[in-house]
Design a protein. Sequence first.
Length: 302
Amino acid sequence: MSHADIRIGTLVGKGAKTPAYLQQVIPYGFESFEINFWQRLDGVDLKRLAAEVKAVLAEAPELPDVGGQPIISAIGLYGNPLEDKKTAREFAKLIDAAPLFNVNVVCGFAGCLTGKSIPDSMKAFKKTWKPLVDRAADKGVRIAFENCDMGGTWNSAAYNLAHAPTAWEMMFHEIPAANLGLEWEPCHQMNSLIDPLPQLRKWVKKIFHVHGKDATINWDVLKTVGLRGGQPFVFHRTPGFGDTNWTNIISILRQNGYQGSIDIEGWHDPVYRGEREMTGQVHALHYLHRCRGGQFVPNPEV
């Protein structure tokens, strides 16, 4: 036994430069990596990338707490496949390539009809995703939708309709597939003033991948200016700098048998960004290690 049930890693969106980036950040102690793309694969040869990535990981030192070397936890493509057919085709390529990376989770946005309500997008959602979900099931692959609103609302969606629990219920009603679920993080729910912990308890069985991103809610702004006062009331944060107790998150995940990774999504923190980006991410890595229980200690044999 070890901490291998829940690894702590980070996101890598470097395209063809991913192997070189991994070589630089592996020494910091990340245990897993989600390889992600924005809208397009940009001509990246996935077979070649998978081979190069696996070669880098094979040279990485063993991590005692997880009993092995770093892994790729998921691959993802984030765009609007309901309106952009090339994004949908590229997502299908990722599904086919998942075994090359030794992963069974492919992540992304559910898409939407821009400017339309979430219910207005459901017909297009089913038409686009049912063949992709079936394709993934045939290959033993699970699809996980990130819960980011991308600036959209219930009545005027943008990029992604999968940002609210009511939408999730509608999506899973349209496509009731065991391999269709969520890529969850507390930050995006806190943007909607949702308490993430009760939500996690309710939806944990549908969560296939977790992003390590938190938020800070400025309650003084909400109480004095309100939602529409023109002042920011919530900030995305790297774990360890936000409001959420990640010990509780990991406890809920473990109590419900979650097997997977928490991969830190950086590049959003208003303080730990720019030249402090990796400082913040490594702090989050160490913080999440502590929330996971610290160094793994085996029990006595007698």
